[in-house]
Design a protein around this ligand. Structure first.
Ligand SMILES: Nc1nc2c(ncn2[C@@H]2O[C@H](COP(=O)(O)OP(=O)(O)O)[C@@H](O)[C@H]2O)c(=O)[nH]1
Ligand SMILES: [Mg+2]
Ligand SMILES: [Zn+2]
Length: 288
């Protein structure tokens, strides 16, 4: 029988088929071949012997949050508690681009933000990059219907730091999800994660995934990746004179040209430069 892995715990995988779940074991052969199953995998399994017999080809996969066959990443950022980090947001967006996965942004806790002017200019920048943005707060859930529309029939992964309100948002989408909510102070403290693994919840003719929070440092990203996949840069990257241009002081840099012409955001570039200085070279060991 064919199904989708929706969660895993203690070496047992939960497979979902048309409203029914089965708890099964992977066959020894997967471990032997170093094929690692993950949440989101479509598999064939033997429902009598409770073993997974085959992993079907993945359309894509992410290392963090560990998941496969993703149609949409909903990058979730709180505007306060924790404060909005544009660097982190652009890092997440770069990561999505790099993995070839469509991303949309969800801002949470708007009820706690007094001055929205900075947020609004960020949203404008994102919209110019054709990135759709939603916002929700305890007082205003009017974007929920839009989110229901864009997630219909898809496998969506809700990703973001611990404490931004991912689980709260899922409970708003469907109260039957009954996701455990952590407190912000807990999240800051010893990093008590309420969610240990990605779990896919059947939703709206597809699935929506709650994920464990993780630190930005967990994302494997190098300077070269940023130069190519920073939001908006992928389109022009190949037109830079140097194929490995980092868009700093290199000659005939298309990105810098687009910025001076106003086609790419100056503020975005400042964030780019800051992120660039924090990241390592992928090919460092070959230089010098
Ligand atoms: N004021 C406010 N607090 C929120 C909102 N969404 C979540 N929270 C709070 O943020 C904390 C962390 O929420 P949780 O959903 O567990 O975050 P997660 O770690 O991303 O799943 C909890 O104390 C929630 O009550 C919101 O829209 N407004
Ligand atoms: Mg949570
Ligand atoms: Zn360049």
């Amino acid at each position: 029988m064919k199904g989708k892995i929706v969660s895993t715990a203690g070496g047992i995988y939960t497979i979902y088929v048309d409203g029914i779940t089965y708890n099964v074991f992977p066959k020894g052969i997967f471990k032997f071949k170093k094929q690692h199953l993950c949440v989101g995998d479509n598999v064939n399994f033997d429902e009598n012997e409770f073993v997974i017999t085959e992993i079907l080809e993945r359309k894509n996969e992410l290392i963090r949050p560990r998941s496969a066959n993703i149609d949409l990443l909903l990058i979730t950022m709180s505007v306060v508690e924790p404060d909005l980090s544009k660097e982190l947001l652009y890092k997440f967006l770069t990561y999505a681009n790099m993995n070839g996965i469509e991303a949309k942004v969800l801002f949470t806790k708007l009820d706690l933000l007094k001055d929205k002017s900075e947020l609004n200019s960020l949203i404008e920048d994102l919209n110019k990059l054709d990135i759709e943005v939603f916002s929700i707060s305890k007082k205003d859930d009017s974007d929920l219907n839009k989110i229901k529309e864009v997630t219909k029939g898809k496998t969506t992964i809700v990703m973001g730091q611990t404490g931004v309100g991912k689980s709260s948002f899922l409970n708003l989408l469907d109260e039957k999800f009954e996701r455990k909510i952590g407190s912000y102070s807990e999240a800051r403290g010893r990093g008590k994660h309420q969610t240990k693994e990605v779990i896919l919840l059947p939703f709206n003719e597809g699935f929506i995934g709650d994920t464990p929070g993780f630190s930005a440092l967990d994302l494997e990203l190098f300077k070269e990746d940023l130069a190519q996949f920073f939001p908006g840069y992928n389109k022009y990257y190949t037109e830079c004179y140097f194929s490995n241009c980092l868009h700093q002081n290199e000659k005939q840099c298309k990105i810098k040209e687009k910025i001076s012409k106003g086609n790419l955001s100056k503020e975005g570039y400042e964030i780019y430069i800051k992120l660039l200085s924090d990241l390592k070279y992928r090919n460092e060991r070959y230089s010098k």
